[in-house]
Design a protein around this ligand. Structure first.
Ligand SMILES: C[S@@+](CC[C@H](N)C(=O)[O-])C[C@H]1O[C@@H](n2cnc3c(N)ncnc32)[C@H](O)[C@@H]1O
Length: 271
């Protein structure tokens, strides 16, 4: 946790990572953070499953929580044409990639950590899913140009030291006409405002994530300017971490708020 002395003399807790710009050793720090904090295993500091990592019950509990909270994800995944080749960048333990394989997509997935692909791979093997997992950096993908029909990446590239380079790599490995489905965090969102007001760090309560960028829609348009068509919409104004507010907000109100102040910028970019 980082503590700063303000100009008024009292101590304030910083919620921003110490270093936002790319620097030697930063990729390793990002990998170490996500190895210690395996995504989807905790929500607001509470474990989603008490079962052994990689077991059937562990996956069942994490999946139930994820899609109950992330209502916008199943439809997004289902919008990809079955039979296509998809690359997932930053798959973590592989919840979405397993869903893609069950939807009939041919999946290749990479993550910076070893624990993510290892956990996902074990499950794919046990369930005979058409999914291959590798440990790799989104800034240097080990694939030839134009190899995939889709590139999918949910909540990943804003954690990379060089987000633009990740977007450029996604463009390179997509075939002409192929689509990138990418989620990046939204700066003009309710979640950003709440975190700033309460001084709660992004991602984890007890450890600062080394890189957490947030973008405006116009910044996204500039980053994706090489693509022939770019659609951006905001979603997910809040999830289960917001407790009864999430449970009791009527769906039409939730959708309206999400569209206006959502934390997730859902980007569909056609090469
Ligand atoms: C917030 S988690 C999201 C994981 C998964 N997409 C999900 O939604 O559960 C961020 C993931 O991105 C991965 N990641 C961060 N930087 C990366 C990079 N440069 N290349 C590949 N993966 C990266 C981390 O290892 C971590 O698993």
């Amino acid at each position: 946790m980082h503590w700063l002395h303000s100009h008024r003399g009292y101590t304030v807790k910083s919620i921003e990572p110490a270093k936002l710009e790319s620097a030697p050793g930063l990729v390793r720090k990002v990998a170490d953070f996500w190895t210690r904090n395996v995504n989807a295993e905790r929500i607001m500091g509470r474990s989603v499953s008490e079962h052994e990592r990689g077991s059937e019950t562990y996956f069942a509990e994490l999946e139930t929580q994820r899609y109950r909270s992330h209502r916008h994800l199943p439809g997004w995944i289902a919008s990809m044409r079955p039979g296509s080749q998809v690359l997932e960048i930053g798959c973590g333990i592989g919840l979405d990639s397993a869903r893609m394989a069950q939807h009939g997509l041919r999946v290749t997935a990479v993550d910076l950590t070893v624990v993510g692909p290892a956990t996902a791979s074990r499950r794919a093997h046990e369930r005979h899913l058409d999914a291959t997992y590798l440990c790799s950096d989104a800034e240097h993908l080990p694939f030839p140009d134009a190899a995939f029909d889709y590139v999918y990446s949910f909540g990943v590239m804003h954690h990379a030291p060089d987000t633009q380079r990740c977007v450029d790599e996604a463009y390179r490995v997509l075939r002409p006409g192929g689509q990138a489905l990418i989620m990046l965090y939204h700066r003009h969102s309710l979640n950003e405002a709440v975190h700033r007001m309460l001084r709660v760090p992004f991602e984890e309560r007890d450890e600062l994530c080394p890189v957490v960028r947030r973008y405006t829609v116009s910044e996204i348009r500039a980053m994706f300017s090489r693509f022939s068509k770019v659609e951006v919409r905001a979603d997910f104004v809040f999830g289960e971490g917001y407790g009864s507010l999430f449970r009791w907000t009527p769906l039409p109100v939730y959708r309206l708020l999400s569209h206006w102040l959502g934390w997730h910028l859902m980007i569909r970019a056609t090469r």
